[in-house]
Design a protein around this ligand. Structure first.
Ligand code: AMP
Ligand code: MG
Length: 411
């Protein structure tokens, strides 16, 4: 993995991503807090969740039908005496004591299968009349019954710390009665925009000024990644002002700086970071957009310097900031995975960089197709806003013909 150093280094995309993932495994996680289950969606679980009892807690019928002894259906059709009707939630003291040979009980999905029964015949294969049921299909022992404890035993581990609480995890926690859950605190992510030309969106921009959009896109991406944005506003391309604000930002769990990392005379971010004692892990990645991206650590806090072009800012966030925020927030490291879709029209680029081009996926089911969004370069946010993915072009390709399966990253 890339060593921390004072010297500049430009890594390939894969090396840069792995460097971030490796450093992400070393970060100190945020503290933990106890939140209402209903408020926990998207948070990272901090303490294990175990089964409070066996699941299912009783032999549970999985179909509406008749609880029977499978052996009674050796000869078909078979007619059995119906001795009870068992509803879901039935009082256990009122269940039949035993289903004897030649007997059956009408039973509903979710109801406890009575003693003596060993299978449930679906109602579709039965015909009942005058307290008797005639069954036209055989069953094997165990059919349509989930035995007590077959899904989990009391105290079994159901959810491990580090998982993001999604709808399914919420259901698990609810099923074992966890009204509240322990989750990791959201890490505080400082966001600093730089540039003499950048003004707040409430300002009336002069002819050569542009409004700050990066702080807004970054705050949204930070929230999506599980962080809490801490807005540091805009700072001019002035070393003293920049230094003051960078030091302030390093008090958070991660500092994101946009702009000022290119090769221009007033791109001062690297210089100022060096002055505050930064160690650089990389000072560029062979990607487009986003080549000048910078990753390092200063005063014990990791930082990312993201190029100011709005699309570059968004792409480099997705590639490099997301794993850091996930790790700071207690999440498990997640490798970057791409989907695949068929390329709709050919792509020609210069080889040498891994490209993440705003794309549009269309089609459905197995017939997804992707094409590059009409795009005017790294400043074209409107085109990215209309796109729904990034088409990934590997560095060794300068031409991809239409019809080829290509890698796609979700937006
Ligand atoms: P830089 O990375 O500082 O060279 O900036 C590259 C381009 O991104 C320039 O055209 C900037 O005006 C633009 N830019 C920089 N910061 C922002 C921002 N916060 N919001 C929108 N555009 C920005
Ligand atoms: Mg700038």
């Amino acid at each position: 993995m890339a060593e921390v150093s004072q010297r500049a280094s430009i890594l390939s995309f894969v090396e840069a991503r792995h460097a971030v993932e490796n450093h992400a495994t070393r970060v100190e996680r945020a503290g933990i807090e106890f939140v209402a289950l209903a408020e926990s969606q998207g948070r990272v679980l901090a303490k294990r969740i175990t089964a409070d009892r066996d699941y299912p807690p009783f032999h549970r019928a999985m179909r509406d039908g008749y609880a029977v002894r499978a052996a009674d259906l050796a000869q078909l059709p078979a007619t059995l005496e119906v001795i009870a009707e068992i509803k879901a939630g039935a009082d256990p003291d009122k269940l039949p004591k035993q289903i004897a040979a030649g007997q059956a009980a009408a039973i509903m999905t979710g109801a406890p299968a009575p003693a003596g029964s060993d299978a449930v015949v679906m109602v579709e294969y039965t015909c009942s009349e005058n307290g008797r049921v005639t069954i036209s299909r055989g069953v094997s022992r165990g059919d349509n019954i989930a035995p007590a404890g077959s899904e989990a035993r009391a105290n079994d581990l159901l959810l491990e710390p580090g998982i993001a609480i999604d709808y399914a995890a919420l259901a698990v926690a609810a099923s074992v009665g966890q009204e509240n859950v322990w989750v990791y605190r959201r890490p505080t992510i400082s966001i600093l925009s730089t540039g003499d030309e950048v003004v707040e969106l409430t300002a009336h921009p002069g002819p050569t000024q542009i409004r700050n959009s990066n702080s807004y896109s970054l705050a949204a991406q930070v929230r999506d990644a599980g962080g809490e944005p801490h807005m540091l506003g805009i700072v001019a391309d002035d070393a003293t002002a920049l230094r003051e604000r960078i030091v302030e930002g390093l008090a958070g769990d991660l500092l994101l700086i946009t702009g000022g990392v290119s090769m221009g005379k007033y791109d001062l971010v690297e210089q100022v970071l060096t002055e505050v004692g930064a160690e650089f892990i990389f000072t560029g990645a062979e990607i487009q957009p986003g080549r000048p991206v910078v990753f390092g650590r200063a005063k014990g806090t990791y930082f990312l310097g993201l190029p100011g072009n709005p699309v570059s800012t968004m792409v480099t966030f997705a590639l490099f900031a997301e794993p850091m925020i996930a790790a700071l927030g207690g999440g498990r490291p997640r490798p970057l995975r791409f989907l695949h879709a068929r390329l709709k029209s050919e792509v020609r680029v210069k080889a040498g960089l891994t490209r993440f081009l705003p794309g549009v996926i269309t089609g459905e089911f197995a017939h997804s197709e992707v094409e590059i969004a009409r795009w005017q370069g790294s400043g074209d946010i409107a085109s990215l806003a209309r796109a729904n993915c990034f088409l990934v072009v590997p560095p060794d390709r300068d031409h991809i013909p239409a019809g080829e399966w290509v890698a796609v990253m979700k937006k």
